[in-house]
Design a protein around this ligand. Structure first.
Ligand code: FIX
Ligand code: ZN
Length: 423
């Protein structure tokens, strides 16, 4: 029994109380949401919120366009409230909203105090119209029990750039992550933009161009105070290879991440636009080789890598990879994996194979209020998994204190990320 701990101690005979304590503590522990598509208020229209945005989330658009007779073109030609009306009618009223994305809208409305039994879209719209945006962020973060969220900041985005250039002062609720998909996935276009921004880059990836890209990254990391750099990658991502991506990665991106002491996050397995008619909802998933990740972790030991893979089939070998490389942090159940059954499977496997040195989840929220449901649903699963693991421990005669549960929950819900980012 740990003599230094405070609060209750749970042993073999307190299994039910232990389970209740774990659930309470996981619910009460604030989380750092390490990957979202949310933005601080100065980014204006980039911060999406409200019922029409919730209903037109691309997860729901994909579900709508499976069941509705509306053509893709006709759907996209509709104003957003009409799109939201259609989603509500087709996915909530004409069939029960049992998919995870539908359920999520209802969880968010319910936790905000709205009456989901009323099924009154008009009332929901009226409620959201009356919110003061800044206070609403605080209320939503409090409801989701998020201490802060990490944005996804694309330095090539014309909507985002002006806010940074105007000297955006920061907001303690939102951190930045420098997202460099255009640089690594569409080099010719990125190259032209870098020249327009005034960086000295040429068509071929030679030393002056590498220096120009490096300067661009240094400037953006510093300006944004980026917590990490990130890229999403297709299933056929290869490294090393003779490509613009591999050269830029090796000679500009990894040295920049290393010198700024920030992790580089690889989000692997997305096949963009398998159905372009679905627009943002049109991306797919593919199984990826982990050989490039092994190579990166082994050959760049002074770099810190964070990673999430989109294919369920990649999850076990990813856990094995993380056991091999201390400079690798696995995070989140990304996108098509963010469903309770898969979160349960992945979280169990990760904790069994990696203990507490993992970031079980991120929200990927694109609409402010989604953090409520994404964290509500994920916390429930994380708490169940953790409770089962602690129950297994006490069956061996081990005892667990409330302080220890609190410590471990804090590690899973943010501490592991901050330790890795700062080390
Ligand atoms: O690339 C990403 O960060 C993805 O998460 C998004 O692009 C995707 O559209 C999404 O919202 C997934 O949840
Ligand atoms: Zn994302």
């Amino acid at each position: 029994m740990a003599a230094t701990s405070t609060g209750a101690t749970y042993g073999r005979d307190q299994a039910d109380a232990l389970r209740a304590a774990v659930t309470r503590i996981v619910t009460d522990t604030p989380v750092t949401d390490i990957h979202t598509h949310l933005y601080a208020p100065p980014f204006g229209e980039l911060l999406l919120f409200g019922i029409d945005e919730l209903l037109t989330y691309h997860y729901l658009v994909a579900e709508l366009l499976r069941v509705s007779n509306v053509s893709y073109d006709a759907f996209w030609a509709m104003p957003k409230p009409a799109q939201a009306d259609l989603v509500w009618k087709e996915l909530f009223l004409e069939r029960s909203p049992i998919s995870e994305a539908c359920r999520g809208v209802l969880t968010a409305l319910d936790r905000l105090g709205l009456d989901t039994a009323s099924r009154s879209l008009g009332d929901y719209r009226a409620w959201f119209r009356d919110r003061d945006p800044n206070a609403h962020i605080d209320a939503v973060f409090a409801r989701a029990n998020i201490s802060s969220a990490v944005m996804t900041n694309d330095p090539f985005d014309d909507l985002e750039r002006p806010t940074w250039e105007a000297g955006y002062a920061g907001d303690p609720r939102f951190h930045a992550a420098l997202r460099i998909d255009p640089l690594l996935n569409a080099w010719p276009a990125a190259n032209r933009r870098l020249s327009q921004f005034g960086y000295d880059v040429g068509g071929s990836i030679d030393t002056p161009t590498i220096n120009g890209v490096r300067k661009f990254l240094d400037d953006r990391i510093t300006r944004m105070k980026a917590l990490y750099m990130a890229v999403s990658l297709p299933p056929d991502f290869a490294f090393p290879e003779d490509s613009a991506r591999a050269k830029l990665l090796e000679h500009a991106v990894l040295p920049a991440a290393r010198d700024h002491h920030i992790p580089f996050a690889l989000m692997v397995g997305v096949t963009r636009q398998v159905n372009p008619a679905l627009r943002l909802a049109g991306d797919g998933v593919g199984y990826a080789s982990l050989a490039p990740l092994h190579h990166l972790c082994a050959h760049f030991p002074d770099n810190k890598f964070m990673t999430t893979y989109l294919a369920r089939e990649n999850q076990h070998e990813l856990c094995v990879a993380a056991r091999k490389f201390r400079n690798l942090l696995v995070f989140g159940c990304w996108w098509f994996l963010n469903n309770p059954s898969l979160i349960d499977e992945m979280t169990r496997m990760r904790i069994e194979m990696l203990g507490l040195s993992v970031v079980p989840q991120h929200s990927d929220a694109r609409v402010l209020e989604q953090v409520i449901y994404k964290w509500d649903h994920s916390r429930t699963v994380i708490a169940q998994v953790l409770a089962d693991k602690f129950a297994d421990l006490v069956r061996s005669g081990w005892t667990v204190t409330e302080d220890e549960i609190r410590r471990d929950a804090a590690t899973l819900l943010g501490g592991a990320f901050w330790d890795f980012a700062r080390r």
